[in-house]
Ligand binder design. Structure first.
Ligand SMILES: [Zn+2]
Length: 315
């Protein structure tokens, strides 16, 4: 969907609200009070009324969705989701504010963080399978909640306590990678990239690594990694763990995709965000992973993201 198509599909707020209503009804409305699934739509007040005569509770159009409590128009949300999902790159909140023609920066920044959170929730529902390349990575961050991605202060109280220092966040990166025996081109990778996950870690102890891998990876999988000491107990959580002792210069040969993914994410972040607060780093990684995982979806990505936004419960 390009901008012209977007305008044709969603020419005004009414069209967006109608689309949101249809998506919510196709996914099923669940009553917050009695968990009932039968509802009547009351057009005059734009909400659903629970069909359970004992309950009769009301659910408004945005309740329980990513847009709940937001004062922004549905069309602004749709346009933001469209812009975020229509590029492999990313938007800073300032650029998004310009594109949407919004007066205030904060609501736009907050909307984008919620969309990224929703992307993460969606990807957390799936486990990685088969063969997985695993490695750690370090990303530059600001450690105190004093600056947003553009370097603007966001909290006076926290600022008084001292400036945030540049630090490195520890990230665990897991990438599905299967051999491509038909690949004879010397300049191309001999393995095919599948789905990926990137997780911000408090530490890279073997307990922490095993916990994350246990959640993210199917137990029947095989993990390929270097011989880093934090990875030595991985065989406790997966079917097989193969570790290689390789000089770092040659690591990309044994683990080609995990290194490419890390370097692409770093390049993207460096070019767009001035500094990333540790508290929000996972959100930026969520967006990167979500889009890479759906790189072949093309125009379906917008609809998928709307479904994710209405399906996830935001109560
Ligand atoms: Zn009810």
């Amino acid at each position: 969907m390009n901008l012209l198509n977007f305008n044709d599909r969603f020419p005004n707020e009414e069209a967006c609200r109608l689309y949101l209503k249809e998506k919510r009804e196709s996914e099923g409305i669940i009553c917050k009070e009695c968990k009932g699934t039968r509802h009547y739509w009351i057009q005059s007040v734009a909400y659903w009324k629970c069909a359970n005569p004992e309950c009769k509770s009301c659910t408004n159009l945005r309740a329980g969705t990513i847009m709940e409590k937001s004062h922004l128009k549905v069309r602004i949300w749709f346009m933001c989701i469209h812009l975020m999902t229509s590029t492999k790159k990313a938007f800073s909140a300032l650029e998004m504010q310009r594109q949407l023609g919004m007066k205030r920066y904060e609501p736009v920044w907050y909307m984008m963080q919620k969309i990224r959170l929703s992307m993460g929730k969606r990807d957390d529902k799936y486990q990685l399978n088969k063969t997985i390349e695993l490695d750690d990575a370090f990303f530059e961050i600001v450690d105190i909640a004093e600056k947003d991605e553009l370097g603007n202060k966001i909290n006076d109280e926290e600022l008084k306590r001292g400036r945030g220092s540049q630090k490195q966040a520890k990230i665990l990166v897991m990438v599905e990678s299967t051999p491509n025996h038909g690949q004879t081109n010397q300049h191309k990778k001999k393995r095919v990239l599948g789905y990926i996950k990137m997780k911000v870690m408090d530490d890279l102890s073997s307990v922490g690594v095993n916990y994350e891998v246990g959640k993210a990876v199917n137990k029947q999988s095989t993990i390929l990694s270097d011989a880093y000491s934090s990875f030595v107990k991985l065989k406790n959580v997966v079917y097989k763990h193969l570790s290689f002792v390789v000089p770092s210069k040659e690591a990309h040969k044994k683990l080609p995709w995990v290194h490419t993914v890390i370097s692409n994410a770093k390049k993207l972040f460096l070019g767009i965000y001035h500094s990333i607060n540790r508290k929000y780093l996972q959100n930026y990684l969520n967006e990167f992973c979500y889009k890479l995982n759906r790189r072949n979806f093309n125009s379906d990505l917008f609809d998928r993201m709307i479904i994710a936004g209405v399906k996830d419960t935001w109560y």
